[in-house]
Design a protein around this ligand. Structure first.
Ligand code: NAG
Ligand code: NAG
Ligand code: NAG
Length: 356
């Protein structure tokens, strides 16, 4: 393990955070007004949720668990946070998912020491392997996890780790099966030449050897720097575009045109890390709530399609992306019926295909 990879980088980041302009009050106020999307998945689900931290020595990393607090059996989403971020920054997004009937387990993958990519991957697989024996014991009474349906999801570097885990790059074998993978603005490094280990991008379309459904949600501003000479947070060549191209059907691709790499986090982020997270990447001008509901809604619709064979809402989003609370560009689908992936990859994008 290495202490914060380069201290000078961190100092620069913190200085940038301090000197970058504060958010004007007017934009904070406008965040309370938001127009609901036109599909149920874009609004809060009807299940009340509970969230809590699990800090016993038993899980390999501290966990944030967000779960429906209504008796029932629910699929599981293992959610991996982004580079140097905290799992607590995602509670709004994760509660959105949970309120629609998902148990979300979000490990904190670092504390004072930043793990390397391979170390982070081993932590992630250890958390996955912790689930079968221990998850039930931390859930509310009468709430059960359906471990036959586990989705891997992650943001930024966590998105890449989710793909790496699904692709079987971990040294420790996964004892659970993953049934879907979701990349939320996934990033595989600083550039094509400078990728984080393990290097999973091959620059060959359809080369991810996965037979499970994939959803990739990118951000329109992620490949633009906050200001010169800052690097972009999700640079071309290592971002969502490449992750989607290397995926096989069935897979979907969505891009939130006017929003940036960090715009799905909670509105107000605590501490120095929060300040840094808010200062580092180009942000959209609009409030974050519709962005979170768009990403939450796409994920819920995708999981309903492939976990519950209820594809109506997912098909609607693909057909008419304007149903989402924020503008979606570049909505693509490699078609394939749920659970019947098509092995041949057709690289003519199918725009708004309804062939689910
Ligand atoms: C939530 O909505 C679903 C379908 O819309 C329904 O089947 C379920 O009973 C509802 N649950 C609660 C707790 O209201
Ligand atoms: C969960 O539900 C139970 C029973 O309805 C309630 O007592 C408890 O306070 C709820 N927990 C949370 C965190 O809302
Ligand atoms: C792809 O994965 C399957 C099992 O998931 C495996 O049998 C096959 O050998 C893999 N193909 C390649 C080219 O790695």
């Amino acid at each position: 393990m290495k202490i914060v990879k380069s201290l000078p980088t961190l100092v620069v980041i913190i200085l940038l955070a301090i000197f970058s302009e504060a958010k004007p009050i007017s934009s904070i106020l406008s965040e309370t007004e938001s127009t609901p999307g036109t599909l149920d998945v874009f609004g809060k689900g009807n299940l009340s949720t509970a969230y809590f931290n699990v800090r016993t020595t038993s899980p390999p990393r501290p966990l944030l668990v967000v779960t429906p607090n209504v008796s029932g059996t629910y699929p599981v989403v293992l959610f991996l946070h982004g580079t140097y971020l905290l799992n607590s920054f995602y509670t709004d997004l994760l509660q959105h998912l949970s309120s629609h009937g998902y148990i979300v387990v979000a490990p904190q993958l670092w504390d004072l020491i930043l793990p390397s990519g391979p170390e982070e991957l081993e932590y992630a697989v250890k958390v996955a392997n912790w689930l079968p024996l221990h998850l039930t014991s931390v859930l509310p009474k009468n709430v059960e996890a359906n471990l036959e349906k586990i989705a891997l999801a992650g943001h930024s570097r966590g998105g890449k780790t989710a793909f790496a885990l699904a692709l079987g790059y971990s040294k420790i074998a996964s004892q659970v099966k993953f049934s879907a993978v979701i990349g939320v603005d996934p990033v595989a490094g600083a550039s094509k030449e400078s990728r984080t280990e393990p290097k999973i991008l091959n620059y060959v379309p359809g080369s991810f050897n996965l037979t499970i459904p994939v959803a990739v949600i990118g951000t329109g501003l992620g490949d633009q720097p906050k200001f010169w000479p800052m690097p972009a947070c999700a640079p071309q060549g290592v971002n969502h575009v490449e992750f989607f191209l290397e995926s096989r059907p069935p897979s979907g691709h969505f891009v939130t045109t006017d929003y940036g790499h960090m715009d799905m986090l909670n509105d107000h982020l605590d501490g120095v890390i929060g300040t840094v997270a808010e200062a580092l990447c180009k942000n959209g001008k609009g409030p974050k709530d519709p962005m979170r509901r768009t990403i939450g809604g796409i994920v819920v619709a995708f999981l309903k399609a492939y976990f519950e064979a209820d594809a109506d809402e997912y098909a609607t989003i693909l057909e008419d992306p304007s149903v989402a609370p924020v503008t979606l560009d570049a909505v693509h689908q490699f078609a394939g019926p749920p659970n019947h992936p098509q092995p041949q990859v057709n690289f003519n994008y199918i725009d708004g295909s309804t062939e689910l």
